[in-house]
Design a protein around this ligand. Structure first.
Ligand code: SF4
Length: 307
């Protein structure tokens, strides 16, 4: 069922959520917009950032029960970095969600690295105990220079720390990296690939635990600072072969000690959809990329790529 299609809850369009939170998740507006301003990101550019009152969020959670009965199994808290909210508020919202929806199994949200590392280990453990059990983290790259360039307002060290804090709290991490983010310069692309692999290695959990790394391929939507750079010639995009070689470099430089890491590149922005577990499927994934480069018919055509 598509919870967004006929929902009567409070939403501020446009609405974005991870593909894995598609039709199965009830979307609840906890925040509007994003408190950050990355140069490539457009969904929240026209939304003034705000945090909703907890009573209003709880009212939506209750309203959903009258609309959907006991069918809600997953809740995704909107918008761009709902995890910026105070721990006590996230705990209250999560507890209310499980209280009201008897079949609920998952509460999740997008987070920025700083939203995670500002919370203590004890606070994260409490949030997990209340049922917020999955977070989507935009990693983008492990290259600090590039992170600064895209105005991510974090570093590779903070991203690694955020991942380890989530593992420790047993909150499932789903991180995304962006292929092509460094543009067409071969040295910049290589630096992005190697630094990203190094960061993924630093995110490896100390104990056996499921975690996700998904690759997206850069899209440059109109109205973003990056689009301005594209139009002025400051930014030159990487072609599809370069993007695939970049992904191959990331995989080749990823550690053979990675465990429990479910890797995917099945997002609509990608040229080649791959899925495997790292490190065990590393060799097969690298070979599949070679096959994709040699046989462009396996690749998603440029005009069908999307966000
Ligand atoms: S933190 Fe995420 S949602 Fe917010 S502007 Fe950056 S990429 Fe967009």
């Amino acid at each position: 069922m598509d919870f967004t299609e006929f929902s009567d809850l409070y939403y501020v369009e446009p609405i974005f959520r991870p593909p894995s939170e598609g039709k199965k998740s009830l979307l609840v507006t906890a925040t509007v917009g994003c408190s950050f301003r990355c140069t490539f990101c457009y969904p929240y550019r026209d939304k003034k950032f705000s945090i909703r009152k907890v009573e209003d969020i709880k009212r939506d959670i209750q309203k959903a029960r009258t609309i959907y009965g006991s069918r809600v199994e997953r809740i995704f808290l909107l918008d761009g970095n709902a995890f910026v909210m105070k721990p006590k508020d996230l705990i209250e919202i999560s507890k209310e969600s499980y209280l009201i929806h008897p079949n609920l199994q998952r509460v999740s949200a997008y987070a920025h690295a700083k939203d995670i590392i500002r919370k203590s280990d004890e606070e994260l453990a409490e949030i997990r105990k209340a049922g917020l059990n999955m977070l989507y983290l935009g990693i983008e790259t492990g290259d600090d220079t590039l992170l600064q360039k895209i105005n991510k307002r974090t570093t590779a060290a903070e991203l690694a720390q955020a991942a380890q804090k989530l593992h420790q709290a047993k909150i499932i991490l789903s991180g995304t990296i962006i292929l092509g983010l460094a543009g067409s310069d071969p040295d910049a692309s290589r630096k992005h690939a190697i630094a990203t692999a190094k960061l993924i290695n630093a995110m490896n959990p100390k104990q056996t635990q499921e975690w996700y790394i998904s690759a997206l391929t850069l899209m440059i939507p109109p109205g973003t600072p990056l689009e301005k750079d594209l139009r002025s010639g400051v930014f030159k995009p990487l072609d599809h072969t370069g993007v695939l070689r970049e992904l191959q470099q990331i995989l080749l430089h990823s550690s053979d000690d990675l465990h429990g890491c479910i890797f995917r590149s099945n997002h609509a922005s990608n040229y080649l959809a791959l899925k495997g577990i790292l490190a065990q499927d590393k060799k097969a994934l690298v070979q599949a990329i070679d096959k994709g480069i040699e046989n462009p018919r396996y690749l998603r055509p440029e005009f069908t790529r999307g966000l």
